[in-house]
Design a protein around this ligand. Structure first.
Ligand SMILES: NC(=O)c1ccc[n+]([C@@H]2O[C@H](COP(=O)([O-])OP(=O)(O)OC[C@H]3O[C@@H](n4cnc5c(N)ncnc54)[C@H](OP(=O)(O)O)[C@@H]3O)[C@@H](O)[C@H]2O)c1
Length: 298
């Protein structure tokens, strides 16, 4: 049966292009819907006119999920920790396939499980594992993509595209796995259509555009833009100290922000694979192709 999909956090950075990708594949889905808080419905007027259903309600109430079998959570930093409650409400509403807000580093790799930025994502994984044991027919998918290539040539990666400076916590030889955002949207949509095995209650999908070093990635940026960047590499312990100071001060937002500073040039976003790219119908962009697209070179 064609899946009925409800997207949470659909107005965010991932949500907007993801809704468009679902619309491109509309005929493969019984319905495509976004969940909206009553105060934010105007954000979705345009996609509604394109055929997306609007569910108005709270992501913590079971009634919001009635009639949907698949939920994709795109919770942002501030809402990661609400996901266990979202999962319980979704299950109570009848949802049988849940995608938590992952779409990044492989959390089982290296010391990622101990990093503050991933704490609420890990707690969400644990909650999903427990609920999938208790609820017959409930399954979840963890989709890991490495860093978004677009976010590396960006202030999130410490890159100032106007001043041509790179200020990064880490080292140039750190490996990073990156995937382009349009490809990530395609991986998400196509994965919903990949059947789970009978009785399968969890699935891990790892996809990658390319793995290279942070230094090679930044060199690609320089070559594509045709400019030299001044690069400064900072000790990740400085970001860790600021993260700890924010924690002690009770500033949750600053704590998460500092915990996100040392993700790209420290090996955190390196994906060891094995990758599931071959299960999908397209070849992803290389980092150079993404940079060329971003900077109008193709
Ligand atoms: N690997 C990478 O390089 C990379 C890059 C970017 C994102 N990601 C991942 O992709 C996922 C989605 O991220 P995103 O950038 O799309 O998130 P986002 O734009 O920051 O937020 C997504 C949604 O979360 C809800 N939200 C955000 N702040 C909120 C608040 N204070 N209170 C209530 N709701 C709030 C909003 O939903 P409503 O519209 O319903 O209010 C928003 O649309 C995350 O897991 C993130 O880690 C990975």
């Amino acid at each position: 049966m064609a899946p009925s999909v409800l997207i949470i956090g659909a107005s965010g950075v991932v949500g907007r292009p993801l809704v468009q990708e679902f619309l491109k594949n509309k005929s493969s889905f019984a319905s495509i819907a976004v969940l909206s808080d009553p105060t934010k419905v105007s954000r979705f007027t345009e996609v509604q006119s394109q055929g997306v259903k609007l569910v108005i309600g709270s992501f913590l109430e079971a009634s919001s999920y009635k009639g949907f079998d698949t939920v994709i959570s795109l919770a942002g930093n501030a809402t990661f920790k609400l996901q266990p409650g979202i999962i319980d409400a979704a299950i109570a509403g009848g949802v049988r396939h849940f995608y938590p807000s992952e779409f990044g580093a492989d959390l089982s790799y290296g010391k990622n499980g101990k990093k503050r930025y991933f704490r609420d994502k890990i707690a969400t994984r644990e909650h999903l594992r427990d609920r999938a044991r208790e609820v017959p027919g409930f399954a979840y998918t963890l989709l890991m993509t490495g860093g978004f290539t677009e976010f590396t040539a960006h202030e999130f990666g410490g890159v100032d595209l106007e001043k041509h400076t790179i200020t990064t916590y880490g080292t140039p030889d750190a490996q990073i796995t990156v995937t382009a955002m349009p490809d990530i949207m395609r991986y998400i949509v196509q994965s919903v259509l990949l059947p789970l095995e009978p009785g399968q209650s969890s699935r891990e999908l790892r996809v990658a555009g390319e793995t290279l070093t942070w230094g090679a990635l930044m060199k690609t940026l320089e070559e594509v833009q045709g400019v030299r960047y001044d690069a400064t590499y900072l000790d990740p312990r400085i970001a860790a100290e600021k993260e700890e100071a924010a924690r002690v001060a009770g500033d949750h937002e600053a704590e998460i922000l500092w915990s996100s500073k040392a993700l790209f040039a420290t090996g955190t976003a390196y994906g060891p694979g094995p990758f599931d790219n071959a299960r999908f119908s397209f070849a992803p962009e290389s980092a150079r192709e993404t940079m060329e697209r971003l900077f109008g070179k193709k």
